[in-house]
Ligand binder design. Structure first.
Ligand code: B12
Ligand code: SF4
Length: 493
């Protein structure tokens, strides 16, 4: 019997207020989860994909619509689902937000799939084909062998990076984070050869290895990391890559050597806070164990291998007042951090932090689901023990402006160049800092007095001697290195 072709439309929604990471094409990353859904879908389904980071969704007919969403984009996901449901088209939601608040998502979607989809998506499709889908499927965590290579052909937009995931899970369960809730307590590591095979399918020269702990603290983590990095070199997989790790990434010089040799250019470290009190506030056990005094030496070791540091810092912890926030800013500027991710503490649904803040009636932006659109870490949704929400937001605007203004970004670029002796790392850092600046200071980008341009310069038009001088230097450096790489990359589209 011939099987009739059906149409599956996958959508990555982006909030119309479009704030935060992932909302600007220059900082948009492919939703790997949808690539996996596509890979798990039998061939008789025709698959289309819309990423609202690049194009606004417009209605098109389909038999089934699958939508993923971060919390900040959940209201938009609900809006889009309503358009399809009004036309009698079946909708299904999965991903982190649906997994944390399935009862809420079920009000807007026909079916909700929580957790990892590798096992339950085929079950759902089979029930859907039989005309009998359930309203909820709980995927939980799956054996890593079940993870297919994502269908990368659906990612037809000009994403700057390819993404790959080599492991899932984290035992730490930090108070503010959803990773342990979503991916389980156990590190589940994919077979390295399979990861290398998948890497050979990627096409972009920039790569983001999205594991939450690229080199975790298990006994075999070191060997596994070495196998992966040496494997990349051995197979001639040439990438400039960014990964995420903890401070223990700096422990082993051989790991750092091979990481750098395989193209590691930037490493995101979850520093979160620079004082013991701040780390206690968020129960960041890993960093507490090491002690805040260990940071500088760790940064130095990483830099020595030509790798720059993207420091993930949180502002707005319980014990934070004005002075603590300014101290954190000063620490960032002096410590050896190259690219800055300075987020505002945000109570993500499902986390211990959210439960506690809700019980204490502390969350100000709590008109859900609408207010989820503010949960992108660039807007205060609550205050601290010492600051109101408005005070926290005002101080953050000040902090961001002093970090992301053009002169400081230039200084940081040259500092990174000096520390790493790596031009590519310095350029990556410079670009990343501009992106973070644009995202955090979105409200300040305007033509009025006191405003800044998208290029992080004061819009008064007056440029300092320092900026004018370094312009020449940069044009020269740019011409000989980064530009040629970007051009090569562009040629692939
Ligand atoms: C890569 C990543 C990013 C990338 C984005 C990649 C992308 N476009 O998806 C970048 C760097 C841009 C990013 C940004 C941010 N991120 Co992020 N990110 C991650 C990370 C590390 C991996 C996500 C991933 O791709 N996983 C791999 C895929 C395969 O897994 P998955 O998406 O969960 O998909 C599986 C299932 O969920 C399911 N599924 C997914 N979608 C769908 C759809 C359907 C229809 C179905 C059936 C199933 C399904 O099937 C998949 C296979 O099992 C996670 C942590 C983690 N380990 O999950 C955090 C995480 C998702 N991010 C998080 C956060 C907080 C942020 C930021 C706010 C950070 C910041 N400081 O700015 C911003 C978001 C800003 C915004 N506007 O919303 C939180 C999300 C919390 C939440 N409730 O939204 C997480 C969980 C980390 C954490 N600390 O808790 N992030
Ligand atoms: S913040 Fe990092 S260490 Fe803590 S639970 Fe999340 S992924 Fe694990």
């Amino acid at each position: 019997m011939a099987i009739t072709t059906k149409k599956l439309l996958l959508i990555n929604p982006v909030s119309r207020s479009a704030q935060g990471l992932a909302c600007d094409p220059s900082s948009s990353f492919m939703p790997l989860g949808l690539g996996i859904i596509a890979a798990l879908t039998p061939e008789h389904w025709e698959i289309a994909f819309i990423d609202e980071s690049f194009e606004e969704f417009a209605f098109r007919p389909a038999d089934l619509v699958g939508i993923t969403a971060f919390t900040a984009n959940a209201p938009r996901a609900y809006e889009i689902a309503a358009v399809f449901r009004a036309q009698g088209i079946y909708t299904v939601m999965g991903g982190i937000h649906a997994s944390m608040v399935p009862a809420e998502a079920a009000q807007y979607f026909d079916t909700v799939i929580t957790g990892e989809a590798e096992v339950v998506w085929p079950l759902f499709l089979s029930d859907f084909n039989d005309g009998n889908p359930a309203t909820l499927y709980e995927g939980g965590v799956v054996p890593v062998e079940k993870i297919p290579h994502p269908r990368r052909d659906i990612f037809r937009y000009p994403y700057v990076n390819d993404l790959i995931q080599t492991s899932r899970g984290c035992p730490m369960g930090c108070d503010f984070c959803s990773v342990t809730l979503m991916c389980g307590k156990k590190y589940r590591e994919r077979d390295v050869e399979d990861v290398l095979d998948e890497l050979e399918e990627t096409t972009r020269p920039l790569l983001f290895i999205i594991d939450d702990h690229l080199v975790n603290n298990t006994r075999y983590a070191r060997e596994r990391a070495l196998k992966l990095f040496k494997g990349m070199v051995g197979r001639g997989i040439k990438k400039l890559w960014l990964g995420q790790a903890s401070i223990n990434f700096a422990d082993d010089d051989e790991v750092l050597y091979w990481a750098a040799k395989s193209g590691c250019t930037l490493i995101l470290l979850g520093i979160e806070g620079e004082t013991t009190q701040a780390l206690r506030d968020v129960n960041k056990r890993l960093n507490l164990k090491r002690g805040v005094d260990s940071y500088r030496e760790a940064f130095r070791k990483i830099h020595r291998h030509g790798i720059a540091i993207l420091g993930a810092m949180i502002f707005g912890m319980e014990s934070d007042g004005r002075q603590e926030l300014l101290n954190r800013r000063d620490f960032i500027l002096r410590s050896g951090i190259d690219a800055i991710q300075a987020s505002i503490m945000t109570p993500l649904p499902g986390t211990g932090l959210f439960e506690r803040m809700t019980a204490q009636n502390r969350i100000v932006l709590n008109n859900f689901p609408d207010d989820w659109q503010h949960y992108h870490f660039m807007q205060a949704t609550m205050g601290t023990a010492k600051l109101s929400r408005d005070e926290l937001q005002a101080i953050m605007d000040e902090v961001w402006l002093s970090m992301y203004n053009k002169e400081n970004l230039r200084r940081m670029l040259f500092r990174t160049l000096h520390r790493t002796r790596n031009l590519k790392a310095a350029y990556w850092v410079y670009g990343a800092n501009h992106n973070y600046g644009r995202m955090t200071l979105q409200q300040k980008i305007h033509n009025q007095p006191g405003g800044i341009t998208r290029n992080m310069e004061w819009n008064s038009g007056k440029r300092s001697l320092y900026l004018r001088f370094t312009d020449y230097l940069l044009t020269l450096l740019y011409a000989v290195s980064w530009n040629s790489m970007v051009e090569k990359f562009r040629g692939q589209y």
